[in-house]
Ligand binder design. Sequence first.
Ligand code: PNS
Length: 178
Amino acid sequence: MSSTPGASSHVAVFPGSFDPLTSGHVDIIERGCAIFDRVIVAVLINQDKTPLFTVQERVAMIKDVFQGRPNVEVDTFDGLLVEYARRKRAHALIRGLRAVSDFEYEFQMALMNRRLNHDLETVFLMPAEQFTYTSSRLIKEVFKLGGEVGGLVPSVVEERLRQKQATQRDRLAGARQI
Ligand code: PNS
């Protein structure tokens, strides 16, 4: 949605855990940028989960991937997503839909969010076919077990996965020596 002079710009929030950002997420953000004037990638601060990367690390990776892209903003949020979207004056939420298996959860969330804020639409975008089986959870599992994830995550993320693994290995080795 390109803005015409005088018209307000159209903003969308793309919320998620992004632990870590995958090439599928990048694909969705690119598609969102083709529709909206600004896409806010909003990383959930979730106290309940035990993530691989801290929120700060995740934000830094996403900023790295989208540096030099003024229409992509990276932020964090907690509490209700609809309240965050309201504060950011967003017109829509973006969610990626990879397969039928995503549908039920996404459908429930979209309808609950609509109930909470009638003016906020959820827009579902499909990633390129090669990313339909990609998820942050699978990436972490495959990488941890020594599998190849090249191309499924941005190179910055692959590098950070390697560093994280090395740090964890060192920590484990240190603990064994005690
Ligand atoms: O990447 P994820 O983990 O599938 O993203 C889930 C997310 C962050 C979109 C969802 O958990 C969320 O919106 N959390 C914020 C709290 C909230 O508003 N919950 C009600 C959603 S219907």
